[in-house]
Ligand binder design. Structure first.
Ligand SMILES: *[C@@H]1O[C@H](CO)[C@@H](O)[C@H](O)[C@H]1NC(C)=O
Ligand SMILES: *[C@@H]1O[C@H](CO)[C@@H](O)[C@H](O)[C@H]1NC(C)=O
Length: 398
């Protein structure tokens, strides 16, 4: 009799223990995957909310507190007032910031050439639009308020990538209600390459979807595309609800993205910065690599940021981001810089597991793998067209 009770007790205990182990086992990987929010917010910093704010002193927001590293960016951010404006005509002294950087960074001469060039001109952020010879092809604004797009697809391309642009037009960027497509490009004149002006002018007249600016289209000038787009939005499309910023080798499941955005709560939609979020990323210190950042330039971790392969922001943040960018010291990588500007505004990125910006090439053949995804890259123009056809097929089943 007693032993029966004992057994009952023991089995109850064992069940409880098993349950505990199971719960721990279940919750651990999920915790590891979920975005932990603005990590290690320094004491005194404002918790992230949906409303942007821009304090007079950004040091605490950007984690520049305590003993300050001697690296140039960290020192600059500490001292920085305002950089020359994106919209301003006074281009005159924008070179002064770069000249000072070159003079003050002790090992500047040993920096890779493109990083040196970036730093020399990083504060020059005001460029005229590049207009096709012979006129025409002007990109129109978003027009009257009844017609404002819900989603603007702003695709970063380079003048020579004609096939990539055409694939986007024929697939996920094709005409859809309240969706607008624009490509962001630098000058088609280039530097050492062929002069693509005639071809790009033709394309611009044919499609009226190219926003071109007169600066060299190189990777370290990508931030200029972001800033020029923000300025353009303020002037020509202030009412747009959401803006997707993506590379031209991305593939976007536009209907699924629209569904997701339409389903957001108003609070979440207001401060949206959505994509594949990297937290705790650190600068790469291996000279010669594409993302090399010398220790004498930047110390510390990157802010949480959404991968530049493709992310969505809410349109109302455009003027806020421009204001933040005027007060955040230049950084060579566009997506990290956007992350810094959001951090300055007190807004945190949100991760969505449907954004995969390093998609394994061998999986592109499978449209079923794509069902729950919103954006993947890189895909070739051919793969994009094939995948889009499969997804559009009414008979498509997994
Ligand atoms: C900004 O805040 C930091 C940390 O509180 C402070 O040490 C620094 O002097 C402030 N900078 C300015 C320009 O007020
Ligand atoms: C960016 O474009 C400007 C204007 O064409 C140019 O002066 C600058 O060198 C470019 N930046 C880089 C890193 O090449």
């Amino acid at each position: 009799m007693r032993c029966h009770k004992c057994l009952l007790c023991l089995s109850a205990l064992l069940t409880l223990l098993g349950l505990k182990v199971y719960i721990e086992w279940m919750s651990e990987p999920q915790l590891g995957k979920a975005y932990p929010g603005p990590r290690s917010s320094p004491p005194g910093s404002t918790p992230a909310s949906a409303e942007p704010t821009l304090p007079a002193n950004l040091s605490v927001r950007l984690g520049q507190t305590g003993p300050l590293p001697s690296a140039y960016w960290n020192q600059q951010q500490w001292r920085l007032g305002t950089l020359p404006g994106v919209n301003s005509i006074e281009v005159g002294d924008c070179g002064a910031w770069g000249a000072a950087a070159a003079a003050e960074i002790p090992d500047f001469a040993s920096y890779p050439e493109d990083l040196r060039r970036f730093l020399l001109w990083a504060a020059c952020r005001s460029f005229p639009q590049w207009l096709p010879a012979g006129g025409g092809g002007q990109v129109t604004g978003c027009g009257d308020p009844s017609n404002v797009p819900f989603l603007l697809l702003a695709v970063k391309s380079e003048p020579g990538r004609f096939a990539e642009r055409q694939a986007v037009r024929q697939t996920w960027g094709g005409p859809a209600p309240r969706v607008r497509l624009l490509f962001l490009l630098g000058s088609p004149v280039g530097q050492a390459g062929p002069d693509l002006s005639t071809l790009v002018s033709w394309e611009s007249r044919r499609y009226s979807d190219l926003l071109l600016w007169d600066f060299l289209d190189v990777p370290f000038n990508q931030t200029l595309k972001d800033l020029m787009l923000l300025a353009w939005l303020g002037r020509h499309c202030p009412g747009v609800s959401f803006v997707l910023q993506a590379q031209d080798d991305a593939f976007v499941h536009t209907p699924a993205l629209l569904d997701h955005l339409q389903g957001l709560s108003p609070a979440r939609a207001r401060g949206l910065y959505l994509g594949e979020v990297f937290t705790q990323a650190k600068p790469l210190r291996k000279p010669g690599g594409p993302f090399y950042v010398p220790g004498s330039f930047f110390e510390g971790s990157y802010p949480a940021y959404a991968s530049g392969g493709g992310y969505v922001i809410s349109g109302r943040l455009a003027p806020w981001l421009l204001q933040a960018a005027a007060r955040v010291a230049p950084f060579p990588f566009g997506d990290v810089y956007t992350g810094l500007c959001f951090q300055a505004l007190g807004l945190a990125p949100r991760t969505h597991k449907g954004f995969l910006t390093a998609w394994p090439a061998d999986r592109t053949a499978d449209p079923c793998a794509f069902r729950d995804l919103l954006l993947v890259r890189p895909l070739s123009p051919q793969d994009s067209i094939r995948l889009w056809k499969q997804l559009q097929d009414p008979g498509f089943q997994c």
